[in-house]
Design a protein around this ligand. Structure first.
Ligand code: AR6
Length: 170
C-alpha cells in the first residue's frame, strides 16, 4: 500500500524511516540533520563505524530516540542536469531501500523526498521515479506485505504525489 502525507518524518511511528543522507554518513542539514538531532548522538557514532556510502546505495542503523526500529540511510544523487545517471541513481536508492526492508523483515517504511532539497533533483521527476520504483518493487515482491509512506515536508510535494498516484503513473 502507498500512503502520502505532509509532515515531519522524525515523528513517524512504524518500523523504519529512510534518511536522505550524504556519502560520508555524517549528518548535516535538511531531513538528515533533523533525524540526527532527534535520534541523538549515538546515531552519529554508529554512522562513523559504517564509513563511506556511495550514491545509490543504502546502509542501516539503529534508530535510538526515534519511534522506529531502524533508519535506512540512502545517499541520493546530486542533480547535475540529468545526464550523469541521476535518474538511475535515485531509482537505486528506492529499490535498495525496499530490498533492505524485506531483508530486515520490516512491514512499514517512510521515505522523505530523497534528493529534492540540497541535491536539487526536480520534484516532479523525483516523485515519478519514487512511485514507479515502489510499484515495480511491489509487483516483483507480491508475496511480501510492506506499507510505503511518502512523507512530504511541503504541501506542494504532496500535491505532486497525489496527482501522479491519481493519474496512475506506471
Ligand atoms: N521530514 C520530512 N522531510 C523533510 C524534513 C523532515 N523533518 N526536513 C526536510 N525534509 P534534503 P537531499 C525534506 O536537503 O536533497 C543534507 O544536508 C525537504 O523539504 O534533506 O537528499 C544531507 O546531509 C526535501 O523535500 O536532502 C546531504 O548532504 C527533502 O526532505 C544532503 O542534504 C530532501 O531534502 C542531501 O540532500
Amino acid at each position: 500500500m502507498i500512503n502520502v502525507s505532509i509532515g515531519n518524518i522524525t515523528i513517524f511511528e512504524g518500523d523504519c524511516i529512510v534518511n536522505a543522507a550524504n556519502a560520508a554518513l555524517c549528518g548535516s542539514g535538511g531531513v538528515d540533520g533533523a533525524i540526527h538531532r532527534v535520534a541523538g548522538s549515538q546515531l552519529l557514532a554508529e554512522c562513523r563505524q559504517l564509513g563511506h556510502c556511495p550514491s545509490g546505495e543504502v546502509r542501516f542503523t539503529n534508530a535510538y530516540n526515534l519511534k522506529v526500529k531502524y533508519i535506512i540511510h540512502a545517499v541520493g544523487p546530486v542533480w547535475y542536469g540529468g545526464n550523469k545517471g541521476e535518474k538511475e541513481c535515485l531509482k537505486s536508492c528506492y529499490l535498495n531501500s525496499l530490498n533492505l526492508c524485506k531483508r530486515l523483515d520490516i512491514n512499514s517504511v517512510a521515505f522523505p523526498n530523497i534528493s529534492c532539497g540540497a541535491y536539487r533533483f526536480p520534484h516532479e521527476l523525483a516523485a515519478k521515479i519514487a512511485i514507479k520504483s515502489v510499484k515495480s518493487w511491489f509487483s516483483a515482491n507480491s508475496d511480501y506485505l510492506l506499507d510505503v509512506h511518502f512523507v512530504c515536508f511541503e504541501k506542494k510535494h504532496k500535491y505532486i504525489y497525489d496527482k501522479l498516484l491519481k493519474d496512475d503513473v506506471n
